[in-house]
Design a protein around this ligand. Structure first.
Ligand code: GAR
Length: 214
């Protein structure tokens, strides 16, 4: 079983998708820690309901990003986690944290990266009149929302979509591809070569795949 630490800042619906996946028979991972930088994150309740240990580290209690990240690393190591999953964790990470967890640190972002990095993604997509958007699971690198792509799902943008409509349609797919990516990694089928992801047992040639489990 791959031991996961999930880092959150809020609602935690992707955390819930991972909790549900881990509860399925034969899923090769378990969540050993949920860590939040916000004491009022709803995701903490989801974790507690599932009997998963939680920790809150308030970034405001630390002098700088480095010391906050070092405290997070210590908690993750203490829990013996092998893979760190960012799930709506809305803090930038220091280079040293990203380096320490390189290729063991993944993120989900609600766009088809490398398009639409950063915040207010859905507003920007709707404003631009893009026909498609989606979501991406990727290994984390020091630059925000960058890194080798593990899984993506494409979602159409409808003419009368508001940003909220689009966000909801994409979120459903996030809940599909995040557990799939975690499964593939936990099964040891994912590797990074020349900053592209190769997934064993997939019929697609590289990291552009939608469904790493398939
Ligand atoms: C998700 O849509 C996730 O993709 C996004 O925050 C939301 C968290 O929702 N993450 C980012 O924008 C990271 N750049 P959740 O707390 O319900 O999982």
């Amino acid at each position: 079983m791959m031991k996961l630490a999930v880092l959150i800042s809020g609602r935690g619906s992707n955390l819930q998708a991972l909790i549900n996946a881990c509860a399925e028979d034969g899923f090769p991972a378990e969540i050993v820690l949920v860590l939040s930088n916000k004491a009022d994150a709803y995701g903490l309740e989801r974790a507690q309901n599932a009997g998963i240990p939680t920790t809150v580290l308030n970034h405001k209690d630390f002098d700088d990003r480095e010391s906050f990240d070092a405290a997070m690393s210590a908690k993750i190591e203490e829990a013996d986690a092998e893979l760190v999953c960012l799930a709506g964790f809305m803090r930038l990470l220091s280079d040293s944290f990203v380096r320490q967890w390189r290729d063991r640190l993944i993120n989900i972002h609600p766009s088809l990266l490398p398009a639409y990095k950063g915040l207010h993604v859905h507003e920007r997509v709707v404003e631009d009149g893009a026909r498609f958007s989606g979501c991406t699971v990727h290994f984390v690198r020091p630059a925000m929302d960058e890194g080798p792509i593990i899984a993506q799902a494409v979602v159409p943008v409808l003419q009368d979509d508001t940003a909220d409509d689009l966000a909801a349609r994409i979120l459903e797919q996030e809940h599909v591809i995040y557990p799939q990516a975690v499964r593939a990694i936990s099964e040891g089928r994912v590797r990074v070569s020349a900053e592209r992801v190769l997934i064993e047992g997939s019929d697609l040639p590289d990291g552009a795949m939608r469904n790493p489990a398939g």
